[in-house]
Every structure is written in structure tokens, then in C-alpha cells.
Design a protein around this ligand. Sequence first.
Ligand SMILES: [Cu+2]
Length: 282
Amino acid sequence: MLQLRTIFIYSAIVMMVNGHGRLVQPPSRSTMWRFGFDNPRNYNDNQLFCGGFSVQYGENGGKCGICGDNYKDTVRENEAPDGKYANGVIVAKYDVGEKIDIKVRLTANHKGWFEYRLCQNDDPKKRLTQECFDKHLLTDDNKYRFVITKSMEHVTHSVALPAGVKCRNCVLQWKYNTGNSWGTDPITSLGCIGCGKQEQFYACADISIGYNDIKVGEKNQEVFVPVGDVDERTEINKTVNYEPDGSCAPCNCKLDQPNISSVSIPKISYFLTVALSAFLIF
Ligand SMILES: [Cu+2]
């Protein structure tokens, strides 16, 4: 009997250590290394749980970092601009309004439900807010809350990307509200397993929508800035690496920058030459 109890306690500990789930498609900032992307390894990528139940509800009033870090962390590791896993590496490219498959691997099923949100963003270094994600709750027809039943382990959901939303570095957010603990519903005041405060998991993945020039797997890709205010462009150049290895000094970057004109001017002059010759001949 004692042995049985030891085994039970041991497996409970192993379950806790193994954590609960990870976003695998598109792979999250903490998980992408498992798929060969050049990004730091987080072996606890199935445990982005807001610091844990007691931290989230006992110390942070239920708040969580947008990508599952402890809300109180001064640097949240999964968030831009300073988080070690948030490097603006795009892991997937989609078309505007495309219906996409999202996959999650549950390492410990706690029932409950998933939701997926999208924050429209072009700048990999921008600090994002939950309000940005709340603008686009992703749906499958009208369904947006996906119930997790006890048998699920490899979970796939199809959701539509929002119509008209185009972005160089959108961030997809996975939210898992578990449902295996006793809690009290804040509205009805009724208690049940799965009601009220539950352990939560989040993850963020960097994706692009509607841009063909984006290269999947490359860091800190150029922020698109319309030709205009030169000072503003210079300012942005300072924060952007144009070389994959990050070796580009700001001055070199500025030299690289007038791509737009160096590409389009020859095209325009070619067109003018053809038009002029045609005019002279006829
Ligand atoms: Cu748990």
C-alpha cells in the first residue's frame, strides 16, 4: 500500500514536471526550436502557465503575460522587445483570410477549453497588449471556444484568419483555460469542477499574413516603412538588422535601404525608353 502511494505521488510529480501543453503549429516562440528554427531552447515550453495557479491568482490578481509568462516578471521571456524567446522569427506565412490549422500537443490533459487570438502587428520589437489580441478572436464559423475532452492529446482546430488583416509580424495567441479543478462561477456563484479560477496556459507564435517577401525562419525582418519622413526611417533603421546574422551596422543598413527607388527607377526609365522609341518610330 505504501508502495502504491509512493508510485502515485511520484507520478503526480512527474506529471507536474512534464507540464501540460505546447503550441506546435504554428510553433510558439518557446517551441520553435523543436522544429529546427534558430531560436533559444525552452525545455519547459509546455509550462507557460502564468507562473502557476498560486502566482497568477494569489499574487497577480488573475493576470498573465500575453504569452504565458508571470505577469510580474520585469522581463517576460516570451514577449518583445526584450524576451529571450521573442526574436521576431516568422514561423509561418499565410494568405489574408485563409482558413488555417492550429495544432497543440497536450502533455497533461486538464479538460477545459482553448481560444485563439490574433494581434495585428508589423514591428517585431513592439510591446503588444492583450487589447490588441482581443480585437481578433479567431473562429471556426461562429465557434470560438474549443472544448477539450479527456481523451485529447494531439489537438487540431481549423480557424479563419480575419478578413482584410495583413501583417508582417502578426502574433497568434493560444489560450488554454483548464477545467479540472473545483471553483466558483463568478456570475452564478455556483461551485463546480471547471468553474471560476482555473490553471491557464498561453503561447505566442510569430506569423505573417499577406506578404510574399517575408522569409520564414529569418530574424528581425525589415519593418515596412512607406517612403516619407527620412528621420523616422533612420530611427527605425537603428533597431533593424538587415543581415540574417545580425552583422549589419546601422550605416550599412541605410545604404541598403533605398531598395525601393533602385529597383523602380530602372524599371521606369526602361518603360520611358520603350515608349519614346515607339513614339519616334511611328
Ligand atoms: Cu496542471
